[in-house]
Design a protein around this ligand. Structure first.
Ligand code: ADP
Length: 534
């Protein structure tokens, strides 16, 4: 028997703050304010202010494990919460400001949030649930400069008054640092609690994956909200390598983002497909006026991405990398990229692969399981439920009984996604189980059909849903949004789909609609469409 000579040093988010402050103090954090002006901070200031926040929270009576909620856009103060709250031993709970006030109150109470950090521009939203939520103290980030009204306290005053001699609250690597609720499009929202260890391992795994790794000389723009799945871990990755951060605040319209990418020379940006569909449409409609910084990369995930979008951005000189993940998986669990054996593939195959969900990240184990419980082969065609396991995949939900519908006896998360995996270990997501269309006993992939519809020149967006049918069980219904000024008939669209699908798979019903409803995380909200047409 030989014992390792290595000490057991606890993995810690505090280490990332120390790195940011001591190794990369000059790296910049640019935040866009509600009035569109830009405010600049350095990592040295992040270091000082996050520790001041921690000291102030302790002074205010925060106890280890207490929850501190945030209701904020992406900006410097939200970033300070990412590091300052755990530094004090607290747990940052990011509230999704796009949920209804009732849902926010329910989630804040379920998580037992004690303190809340809220943007002054979001106070009208807070007023709609303040009475229902049992919050003890409210700290207002004065983004507009308007005075903060008692009994609330200005975040700036709160951290200014903090005692100067801060020491990190000791912790174990399994202690909680942050929590996030799934959006609850199916049933009540469920809380996932991340630890120092899971956060560090996720940060390292993302950083070790070439196609999404961030370098010290990158300028990173998380368009994905910091209240959605830890902004995909980007705040931690940037602190680890000293990258420059550009935070867009509340301004997420395509034209605003394109302007920000250019003025701040963004090299990599992150977000869900719907954001990029809007950006691509603007680039295509007026390429003289709108451009992306040359060589810009974007990591797109959170929902299926049509291949046409990858090709579209290539026309504008930008490279798309697709990632798959869930709130439950910290969230990034697989990412598209290249492999030595795929260097010789032709351009079509490259684009096809680029739009896939990619290869599992280090430390993630993945498998496909069929209806009969047996594992499906990785042949690229066999479909099964994607199941994943790893040190940054949750094993349960906060204050909920163990759910055998969500977790297997051997510790895998049942993702609810139907996928195929090919011999190169590339995952292709076919559907969410609840979005599959089952017609005459056969599956029709709504993701495939949406991808082909969105490749049509007249179509801006498409969502395919299942409609109950007395004869076939279910039939697909396609909801399409045309580009401004474009025209197309249902028959033309069926002909456009015909080469890619069997005739029985083609949708009889195609509805032309104004817009596809979005969930609180900006994805197509198919449940709403099903309600509308049922
Ligand atoms: P919700 O969408 O329910 O709010 P999450 O943000 O955790 O919660 O979403 C996770 C789900 O998003 C996955 O289970 C999957 O269905 C979908 N998803 C994420 N990335 C991709 C991708 N690259 N391709 C297809 N679907 C994706």
């Amino acid at each position: 028997m030989i014992r390792s000579t290595m000490p057991r040093v606890a993995l810690s988010v505090n280490h990332l703050l120390e790195r940011a402050g001591r190794l990369f103090p000059q790296s910049e954090i640019v935040s866009r304010m509600p009035d569109k002006s830009l405010v600049r901070h350095s990592n040295a200031e992040l270091y000082r202010r996050a520790r001041q926040l921690a000291a102030a929270l302790l002074e205010a009576g925060l106890k280890k494990g207490d929850r501190v909620a945030t209701l904020c856009w992406n900006h410097y103060a939200h970033l300070e919460c990412y590091f300052g709250i755990p530094a004090a031993g607290g747990v940052m709970h990011t509230l999704n400001l796009r949920l209804s006030p009732d849902e926010i109150a329910w989630i804040a109470n379920h998580a037992c949030d004690r303190f809340l950090v809220v943007d002054d521009v979001l106070l009208p939203l807070l007023e709609r649930f303040r009475a229902a939520a049992k919050l003890e103290r409210i700290l207002v980030v004065p983004l507009t400069g308007a005075p903060v009204k008692a009994p609330d306290l200005s975040y700036e005053v709160f951290i200014e008054r903090a005692p100067k001699d801060f020491v990190y609250v000791p912790h174990d690597e399994d202690d909680a640092v942050s929590m996030c609720y799934t959006s609850g499009t199916t049933g009540r929202p469920k809380g996932v609690v991340y630890s120092h260890r899971s956060t560090l391992l996720h940060t390292l795994a993302v950083g070790a994956t070439a196609s999404c790794a961030i370098r010290g000389d990158d300028t990173v723009c998380p368009v994905v909200p910091m209240f959605h799945a830890n902004a995909w871990g980007m705040p931690y990755c940037c602190a680890m390598v000293g990258a420059r951060l550009v935070l867009p605040g509340p301004h997420l319209a395509p034209a605003d983002l394109i302007e920000l990418f250019n003025s701040e020379k963004v090299t990599i940006a992150f977000g869900v497909p719907t954001i990029w569909l809007g950006i691509l449409q603007l680039l295509d409609s007026d390429p003289q006026h709108h451009r992306l910084p040359s060589g810009m990369r974007m990591l797109i995930g959170g929902a299926a991405l049509p291949e046409t979008v990858v090709r579209g951005f290539a026309r504008h000189g930008a490279k798309v990398v697709v990632g798959w993940g869930m709130t439950e998986t910290s969230p990034v669990a697989s990412v598209s990229g290249t492999k030595a054996e795929l260097l010789e593939i032709d351009e079509d195959e490259r684009f096809r692969r680029a739009a896939m969900a990619g290869v599992p990240l280090p430390l993630i184990e993945a498998r496909l399981v069929g209806d009969d419980g047996s594992e499906r082969p990785w042949d690229g065609v066999s479909l099964g439920e994607l199941q994943v396991r790893g040190p940054f995949v949750t094993g349960g939900y906060h204050e909920m009984p163990f759910d055998v519908e969500k977790f297997t006896a051997d510790g895998f998360l049942r993702t609810g996604d139907v996928a195929a995996i090919d011999p190169h270990a590339f995952i292709r997501i076919a559907d969410r189980i609840k979005d599959l269309v089952k017609s005459g006993g056969e599956w029709i992939s709504s993701v495939d059909m949406e991808g082909h519809l969105m490749a049509h020149a007249a179509i801006l967006e498409a969502a395919v849903i299942a409609m109950p049918d007395p004869k076939w069980g279910e039939r697909p219904l396609a909801c399409v949004v045309l580009k401004p000024g474009a025209r197309a008939t249902a028959e033309e669209l069926r002909q456009h789909l015909a080469p890619h699908f069997a005739s029985w798979q083609l949708p009889e019903r195609i509805e032309f609609i104004e817009a596809i409803p979005r969930t609180s995380t900006g994805k197509f909200w198919k449940a709403k469409l099903r309600e509308r047409y049922r």
